[in-house]
Ligand binder design. Structure first.
Ligand code: NDP
Ligand code: 8X3
Length: 254
């Protein structure tokens, strides 16, 4: 069923996005892999060992509205009919009290997590509507359901993703296009390194004594959501490690 479907994955150069590429690749799906780090995408494509007719690389900064519009409208005809959009590109920057926060960090999170996701959606979904088929998967977070101390702006962006997913589902009612929000708790990726601006020790502490989710665990859930019968829409999935009970309640063994 997924064979020959065109799947656009943003943030495919790392973590959950790369895991999505790995789970879709063997199914015969055709993958458009997007991110800023082109060399990472090239490495991933070579690891997946697929022919160029099965993988299309897109160096793209999702914050750049014009670049997103051009990238989507200039896709070669054999790649333009996107069936599944996985809006995964995102990041957190900093963990500070709001009144002490770095406004550049705020801009980066808002521009990537909210505006980038909106741009992709705005330029990809009209084609889905026209073709009467498609599925949008947004990667939200437990942070969009529960705000935690110093998470303020990141949590705000993920609450926005939750609202946008709900709104998109409502606006697409009457079409066969599906909308799903996949909202994980702790997943060990480069996420915390990015949050702490490359401070690897601080990033490691986030997962200390915990068995976190892996990116493959999340990709597995995404794959499940998009392979249900076409009349089934999974609206929202919250998944977290057994060692986590809420955004702030984590069982640490050490
Ligand atoms: P990673 O840091 O490992 O991956 C983030 C991906 O997003 C990278 O591929 C990065 O690519 C891409 N990205 C970031 N900014 C941009 C941009 N401006 N344009 C294009 N791509 C961009 O983190 P995760 O895999 O963990 O994060 C993926 C998603 O999952 C995010 O939306 C995150 O908020 C969400 N999430 C993560 C959780 C976690 O605990 N890890 C839990 C819940 C949700 P590049 O830098 O090459 O552009
Ligand atoms: C990532 C999960 O709890 O670090 O969205 O915000 S959390």
């Amino acid at each position: 069923m997924i064979q020959n479907q065109i799947v656009l994955i943003t943030g495919a150069s790392s973590g959950i996005g790369a895991a999505c590429a790995r789970i879709f690749a063997p199914t015969g799906a055709k993958l458009i892999l997007a991110a800023r780090r082109q060399e990472r995408l090239q490495q991933l494509a070579s690891d997946l060992n697929k022919s160029s007719s099965d993988i299309y690389l897109l160096q793209l900064d999702v914050r750049d509205r014009l670049a997103v519009e051009l990238a989507i409208s200039n896709l070669p005809p054999e790649w333009s009919d996107i069936d599944i959009l996985i809006n995964n590109a995102g990041l957190s920057r900093g963990l500070d009290k709001l009144h002490e926060g770095d406004t550049q960090d705020w801009d980066e999170m808002i521009d990537t997590n909210i505006k980038g996701l909106l741009y992709l959606t705005r330029y990809v979904v009209p084609g889905m509507v026209k073709r009467d088929r498609g599925h949008v998967v947004n990667i939200g977070s437990i942070a969009g359901h529960q705000t935690y101390p110093k998470g303020n702006v990141y949590c705000g962006t993920k609450a926005a993703v939750k609202a946008i997913s709900e709104g998109l589902k409502q606006d697409l009612l009457g079409t066969p296009i599906r909308v799903t929000s996949v909202d994980p708790g702790m997943v060990e990726t480069e996420f915390s390194q990015v949050r702490f601006h490359g401070d690897g020790d601080r990033a490691k502490q986030v997962y200390q004594g915990v068995i976190p989710l892996t990116p493959d665990d999340v990709a597995d859930v995404i794959f499940f959501c998009v392979t249900r019968p076409t009349h089934v829409n999974i609206n929202e999935v919250i998944l977290m490690p057994v060692d986590q009970a809420s955004a702030t309640l984590v069982n640490r063994r050490t």
